[in-house]
Design a protein around this ligand. Sequence first.
Ligand SMILES: NC(=O)c1ccc[n+]([C@@H]2O[C@H](COP(=O)([O-])OP(=O)(O)OC[C@H]3O[C@@H](n4cnc5c(N)ncnc54)[C@H](O)[C@@H]3O)[C@@H](O)[C@H]2O)c1
Length: 265
Amino acid sequence: MNHKTSSKVVLVTGGVGDIGLAVAKQMADCEFDVAVLDVVSRQIADERLGPLRDQGVKVLYVEADVRDRHMVETALTTVWDTFDRLDVCVCNAGVATDLPFVDVSLDEWQRHIDINLNGYFHVSQTVARRWIAEKRQGKFIFMGSWVQDVPYQLITPYCVSKAGVWMLARCIAIELAPHGITANVVAPGILDAGLSRQEMEEHPEFREKFNRIIPRGRMQTPDDVANVVTFLASTEANYLTGSSILCDGGCLAGAPSMNMDAGGS
Ligand SMILES: NC(=O)c1ccc[n+]([C@@H]2O[C@H](COP(=O)([O-])OP(=O)(O)OC[C@H]3O[C@@H](n4cnc5c(N)ncnc54)[C@H](O)[C@@H]3O)[C@@H](O)[C@H]2O)c1
C-alpha cells in the first residue's frame, strides 16, 4: 500500500495520549505534517512529541480543551494560520471512568458527554465549515470503541458517548458526502495502554479479565489502532464513508459467550 503524500496535514485531538501519539507518528511516517490538540501543558507535549519532530515533518502543538467551543475555534485558526490547510481530522481525545451506573454523578456523566461526544461535534463542525468554504475533500476519522455497539458494565457514560460518536460519523457522512467529505470510525478493543491501562492501574484485577475476554489472545497496541487510522487516511480508503472499522481482536464477536464482569474502554 502506498501511503506517500505531499504536504498534507493531519490534526489529531488527544494526540499526546497513547493512541493519538501512535497515530501522529504513523501519519508523520506517511509524510503528513501534524497538528496535535490536547489539554496537557506545552512542556509535557514537547517531551512526548519530540520524536515526531525528528521524523522531518512540521509539528504544531495547540493546547485546548475540546469541551470549549471558543478554544477549539481558536486552535483551528492556529492550525490554518500555520499550515494553510487541513486534510485529515482525527477526533480521538477521550476519557473513561469505571463506576456502577447508580454511582455516576451528573458531573461525571456530563464530563464524558462533553469530552467524548460534544468535543467531536465542536471540532468536526468547525473543520467541516472550513472544508466546505474551501471546497476541500477532507476526511474525518473518529475514535470509537467496540463498546459503541455492545453495553459493558461499569462504563455506561463511556458506552453512551461512543455510541453517539458512531451515529455522529454516519450523520456527517451522509450530509457531507456531496462535498466530498468522508467520516469513518475506528473501533478499537482493549489496549495495554491509554485509558484501559489507567483502568488496570486502578483495578489490577481487570488485567486477567481483559486477557480472558479477548479472543485474539493479547491486548491491542496503539500501533494496531494507528494502522487502521492510516489506512482510512490513505487514498485507498477514498470510497469509504459512514463506516466503522472494528479492530478489537474479536471482543465484540465473542461478547455473547463471555463473562464481561470488568470494565473495558
Ligand atoms: N485504551 C483503550 O483501551 C481504548 C479502547 C478503545 C477506544 N479508545 C479510545 O481511544 C482514544 C484515545 O484514548 P487513549 O487510550 O489513547 O487514552 P489516553 O488517556 O492515553 O489519551 C487521551 C488523550 O485525550 C486528552 N484529553 C482528555 N480530555 C481532553 C480534553 N477535554 N480536551 C483535549 N484533550 C483531552 C488527554 O490529555 C490524552 O492525551 C479515546 O477516544 C478512547 O476512548 C481507547
